[in-house]
Design a protein around this ligand. Structure first.
Ligand code: F0G
Length: 446
């Protein structure tokens, strides 16, 4: 039996229905515009919103804030070497900082970069450096019901065809995102990681792993892949990354911290270039935009993240939310992934046409009904794509209790019961860059 007790507690209040209605309207029917005090259960993201352990807080108290050569950086370096197997570390302020540093070193104008599926910021950084980001999810990734164990995998044949098309010299890197955030947090198998290693060798490309959720991925391999049941998640976590040339990491996920990130590198030349670029954009190469205390907390968090007790509780909680929703006939993506449950808004609100954003309508309705904040990852967030209209309910780590899960499931079920009353939305104003519109666009009911 294992459970967490809170290292810090804060109260949240469920506003009255009238107040929620009023906040939603003034937020322009975009929950990114809500204040956190407007929200009762905040499932917008699992990024940087979790609870730190007492051991992490204790480490923060003893952190070293030296500009150069901070002891807390040395502690982080040691933790990364031991937990993830990378000796050369370039610290950054968060994951996208790491992406900026690494992809700025690897990608040139005209390059093509395949990924099992680019997360938004990855896509943006590849494009920013003149590259063409290409998604190669495995067949079946878009099937919301199949019970395949590793729907996050990379379709290596798709990458080979791409290489035949554009020439392998145009592919400087192959990226694998574990777990695959943009495919419902689905895991990637060790076999697929090994195949990707061979593929990268064939193409003479750098093999990059986006390791944000590497610990969660390891538990899935332990549970689902032949030959791994007797191995510890910590060992599997390390083995996964041993195949990569370089990793980009957002500490806000499996670093169990509120902010921070890094690039892990093997090649000494790439390390030097990445360090120089990081000094320009992030800060000196022994802090990279983090305070000493952020690095101290991550050094502890990385070790905690690969412990069996933590991972079982973490993945178990996400699964429990999925179960509660399924029991109430809420249509969700299955199997449930690592960090979030994804509701299929297309099926939940079939009367709302795609052009009226059923996903965003459901997000608004979950808030209106129960003060629950999720995020739309369908036609509103990704205009001009044929992505399914999914709503992500991401669970912050070590934060919510069973009662919160019940509340979320009951809220979703109540929305579905009166589903036909739910109206679609139209965009009233949006920023020039359509790719980032879901962060700031304003909408109104149709
Ligand atoms: N890569 C992946 C797979 C991510 O999920 C994220 C962030 C990043 C890179 C960027 O990291 O936020 O530290 O700059 N994902 C968050 C989310 C924002 O809500 O899924 P960051």
């Amino acid at each position: 039996m294992f459970s967490y007790t809170s290292a810090m507690a804060s109260s949240t209040e469920l506003l009255s229905r009238d107040e929620r209605e009023e906040r939603l309207e003034s937020a322009g029917y975009n929950v990114f515009n809500l204040a956190s005090e407007d929200v009762f259960v905040d499932l917008l993201t699992d990024s940087g919103t979790g609870t730190m352990s007492d051991t992490q807080w204790a480490a923060m108290m003893e952190a070293d804030e030296a500009y150069a050569g901070s002891e807390s950086f040395l502690a982080l370096e040691t933790a990364i070497a031991e937990v993830m197997g990378f000796d050369r570390v370039v610290p950054t302020h968060q994951g996208r900082g790491a992406e900026n540093v690494l992809y700025g070193c690897l990608i040139e104008v005209g390059d093509v970069v395949p990924n099992n599926t680019h997360f938004d910021t990855t896509r943006a950084h590849v494009a920013e450096n003149g590259g063409d980001p290409v998604d190669c999810p495995v067949e079946g990734a878009g099937d919301l019901d199949s019970e395949d164990p590793f729907k996050g995998n990379l379709d290596t044949e798709c990458v080979r065809e791409l290489a035949d098309d554009v020439g392998p010299e145009s592919i400087p890197a192959v990226i694998l995102t574990i777990t695959n955030n943009s495919v419902a947090g689905q895991p990637v198998s060790m076999a697929n990681i090994e195949e990707t290693r061979d593929l990268a060798d064939e193409l003479d490309a750098t093999f990059v792993i986006d390791a944000c959720r590497f610990a969660e991925n390891a538990l899935f391999i332990r549970e689902r892949e032949d030959g791994y049941a007797e191995r510890s998640s910590a060992e599997i976590a390390r083995e996964q990354l041993s195949h990569a040339d370089t990793i980009v990491m957002s500490g806000k996920k499996d670093g169990l911290v509120n902010v921070g990130g890094f690039v892990g590198v093997r090649d000494p030349d790439l390390f030097e270039r990445a360090k120089q670029r990081a000094i320009l954009y992030e800060g000196f190469s022994t802090y990279g935009g983090m305070a000493g205390r952020d690095m101290a907390a991550m050094a502890v968090g990385l070790r905690e993240a690969v412990s069996e007790e933590y991972l079982t509780a973490r993945i178990g909680q996400v699964r429990a939310l999925g179960e509660r929703l399924r029991e109430r006939n809420v249509p969700i993506y299955t199997p449930v992934g690592g960090h979030a449950v994804y509701i299929d808004a297309g099926r939940a609100l079939p009367h709302v046409p795609d052009e009226e954003f059923p996903g965003q309508a459901l997000v608004c309705e979950l808030y209106r009904e129960g003060g629950v904040r999720g995020v739309e990852l369908g036609g509103f967030a990704f205009p001009n794509t044929d992505r399914p209209n999914l709503v992500r309910l991401a669970l912050p780590r070590r934060t919510y209790h069973d009662e919160h899960l019940d509340h979320v499931a009951e809220t979703a079920s109540a929305v579905l019961e009166r589903g036909e009353e739910v109206r679609g939305l139209e965009v009233v104003s949006e920023p020039e860059n359509e790719a980032l519109r879901h962060f700031s666009a304003r909408l109104k009911p149709v």
